[in-house]
Design a protein around this ligand. Structure first.
Ligand SMILES: CC(C)(COP(=O)(O)OP(=O)(O)OC[C@H]1O[C@@H](n2cnc3c(N)ncnc32)[C@H](O)[C@@H]1OP(=O)(O)O)[C@@H](O)C(=O)NCCC(=O)NCCS
Length: 367
């Protein structure tokens, strides 16, 4: 049985809930972000729902779990619970932060403290799950010292009826909790621009434009692997925040800065921290070709990467016959490094060479 402790961490106090918390709990759970990512909550969420939750919380303590409210200066700022541990000493945590207290490290501080507390009371492994689209919660997991352990495909249904992948995180008692700094930080201000092109995270709203562009025969001719379906591309657009926050890759829409129109896509993928290397890839919508847009986009992204990450080499591969792409790389300061012979399998069964390019951290080589 877990003890009904009061946990103090930084400016936060975590304590078992009391009747007087009901109003703040109701306001927090009635918020649209809470409703979106906690689809099992009643919606709208009323005071009577909060009162029912307080009874459940009491039963949870009685059954061997824990339920805390998080307070700061005596005010409610969120809730965090620990499910009843299983036979093997594994327990799952879940949290919600009041809309008025978000973005101030409340969830990550509380999750770290509750996990440490659970380890002190016989629990040996703590899990948490966050929807692949819940970027704030994914970031909380990393900041609270959890490691990603996998993706449970279509494991939960959101309120809009779509099934969503859940990212599973675990922390073991004795895990060395590393720095919370992400290998790929988000863009300060959310986007990059040189006044002509604008790079912003590829989002669900871009799925139509993105899918149409990939289906263009001029783009498809140089794509690797089978053509993607609309479902593949829509799902990909919804995963971009997860890939970024987990340091796997960055997927960006290239926009015409003047009109905001979708002009193309640029990505930083195959991120290998051990080598300090990542690969850049890109495509443009037909109407935006021949204007130097992609050279600008590649330059912006590479220069941001060298200024804001530990990457040392940005590499690219182009099919031997793809002269337009090779000109982009040359103009964006890349040098040719060699040829991977017969790397790409074409639909007719032929195999063609790949030209390997790289731009290194440091001054651009003279042209
Ligand atoms: C998830 C939630 C608990 C986070 O609480 P919080 O106290 O605001 O979280 P933190 O302040 O510790 O961290 C949020 C982090 O996510 C980042 N973030 C938030 N939204 C983001 C977005 N859309 N894209 C990128 N980053 C985002 C913030 O920048 C911050 O990271 P940083 O400190 O590196 O800048 C809160 O948003 C919430 O209550 N959501 C609804 C309920 C919920 O989702 N619960 C979890 C279910 S798994």
């Amino acid at each position: 049985m877990l003890p009904r402790d009061v946990i103090s961490t930084g400016s936060l106090i975590l304590r078992p809930p009391v009747d007087g918390d009901a109003e703040a709990i109701a306001k927090t759970c009635d918020d649209p972000v809470s409703a979106r990512f906690l689809p099992a909550l009643p919606s709208p969420y009323r005071l009577q729902d909060a009162r029912a939750f307080l009874e459940t919380a009491e039963a949870k303590w009685g059954g061997g779990g824990a339920e805390f409210v998080i307070t700061e200066n005596g005010q409610y700022v969120g809730s965090i619970g620990v499910r009843v541990p299983d036979h093997w000493g594994v327990a799952e945590i879940g949290y919600v932060v009041a809309p008025w207290a978000r973005g101030k490290n409340v969830a990550s501080t509380a999750a770290r403290a509750v996990t440490d507390w659970a380890f002190d009371h016989g629990i040996r492994r703590v899990e948490l799950q966050a929807a692949v689209e819940n970027v704030a919660s994914l970031r909380v997991a990393y900041k609270a010292g959890f490691r990603e352990e996998g993706r449970r495909r279509d494991a939960k249904r959101l309120r809009d009826g779509r099934y969503v992948d859940m990212v599973l995180f675990g922390r073991l008692r004795g895990d060395v909790v590393g720095p919370a700094e992400p290998y790929l930080p988000f863009f300060a201000g959310g986007e990059l621009s040189d006044g002509v092109v604008r790079l912003a995270p590829l989002a669900a709203e871009d799925a139509g434009d993105f899918h149409r562009m990939l289906a263009d025969p001029a783009v498809a001719a140089y794509s690797v692997g089978p053509a993607s379906t609309w479902e593949d591309d829509e799902r990909r657009c919804r995963c971009t925040g997860y890939w970024w926050v987990s340091g796997q890759r960055i997927e960006l829409a290239v926009r015409d800065a003047a009109s905001g129109a979708f002009a193309g896509h640029v990505q930083l993928t195959q991120v290998l921290p051990v080598l300090g290397q990542a690969m850049i890839g890109y495509s443009l919508v037909a109407g935006f070709r021949g204007k130097g847009f992609m050279t600008r986009a590649v330059n912006l992204l590479v220069e941001w990467a060298f200024a804001n990450t530990a990457l040392h080499r940005i590499v690219a591969g182009t099919e031997a016959g793809n002269t337009a792409s090779q000109r982009v790389l040359e103009r964006a300061g890349f040098s040719r490094e060699g040829v991977h012979r017969e790397l790409f399998a074409k639909p007719d069964g032929a195999r063609v060479d790949d030209v390997a390019w790289a731009r290194l951290r440091g001054p651009r080589p003279p042209r």
